[in-house]
Design a protein. Structure first.
Length: 274
């Protein structure tokens, strides 16, 4: 099942489960799903493309995009007959990032590690069945890293996703894994076995690894952080090409550096380090 089909099935299941909730506003949820359908570097989307991504009927999408344009969240380009996110929508995203105070606290630690290891260091959160980048420090790395803030990566195959899964409650983790299974088809048994192995490793060593599982040319390591105030769970990853991120480098340099980063951050968040 491809990403869009899996997303549609997932959202239909969620909407069906919420139909009995009298406080749930379906129209609002659909409007937000339309906004979520725009991805980094997408450019412009038409009503048909949005309908395919959200699983909503095209007439419904047409009414929603019209409304969002009137409210300033989308801009229509008449020449193309398509839409792009408008400043009001972008402001919401930046406001959310600005309110994520841990980014400001974590950035000096990320910058230092990125420079020391000559590799990009990113911070991510869980976004449904994917991990979402909320900050990245590239340091002086010569490695060309295409992902940026707002990029989504798979939970099952990425080091960051596996780290996030490792600190969920068992019930939440199993429910999430169940939702992941449908997108991999016949490959799922192998994907699941490797993912569960790295989740167990993360619980033991404090960090998870992905050696080409998501992208063949990228080896990555990630460590989770659970905010002491219960505000959320985060993960920090560091990755690069196989010739740099050898097994020795991963376990002797990157893993320990990420553990140091998360422990330092936890101390600051707990008020035990200034």
């Amino acid at each position: 099942m491809n990403d869009d089909a899996e997303k549609i099935a997932q959202e239909e299941e969620e909407e069906n489960s919420l139909k009995g909730d009298r406080k749930f506003v379906v129209a609002l949820a659909r409007g937000l799903e339309v906004l979520r359908s725009f991805r980094p570097r997408d450019g412009f989307l038409g009503n048909q493309e949005i309908a395919e991504r959200t699983g909503l009927p095209k007439p419904t999408v047409t009414r929603i995009t019209y409304t969002l344009c009137r409210l300033g969240y989308l801009t229509r380009v008449p020449r193309l007959g398509k839409y792009q996110l408008a400043p009001s929508a972008i402001t919401l995203g930046y406001s959310a990032l600005a309110n994520l105070g841990i980014r400001q606290i974590a950035r000096p630690f990320m910058d230092e590690m990125a420079e020391r290891l000559a590799a990009p260091v990113a911070m991510g959160i869980r976004d449904r069945v994917r991990a979402l980048y909320v900050d990245i420090s590239r340091g002086s790395s010569a490695f060309t890293f295409q992902l940026d803030i707002g990029s989504g990566i798979p939970l099952a195959q990425s080091a960051m996703g596996r780290a996030l899964l490792s600190v969920m409650s068992q019930a939440e983790r199993e429910a999430t894994i169940e939702r992941l299974s449908s997108r991999y088809g016949d490959d799922w048994p192998g994907v699941e076995a490797e993912m569960r192995g790295e989740i167990e490793t993360c619980m033991t060593l404090g960090y998870a690894v992905s050696v080409g599982a998501w992208r063949p040319g990228i080896h990555a390591v990630a460590a989770p952080l659970v905010a002491a105030d219960g505000s959320g769970i985060y993960a920090f990853n560091c990755g690069g090409p196989p010739y740099q991120f050898t097994e020795q480098f991963i376990h002797e340099q990157v893993g320990p550096a990420l553990l140091e980063l998360t422990r330092s951050l936890a101390s600051v968040l707990n008020g035990t380090r200034r």
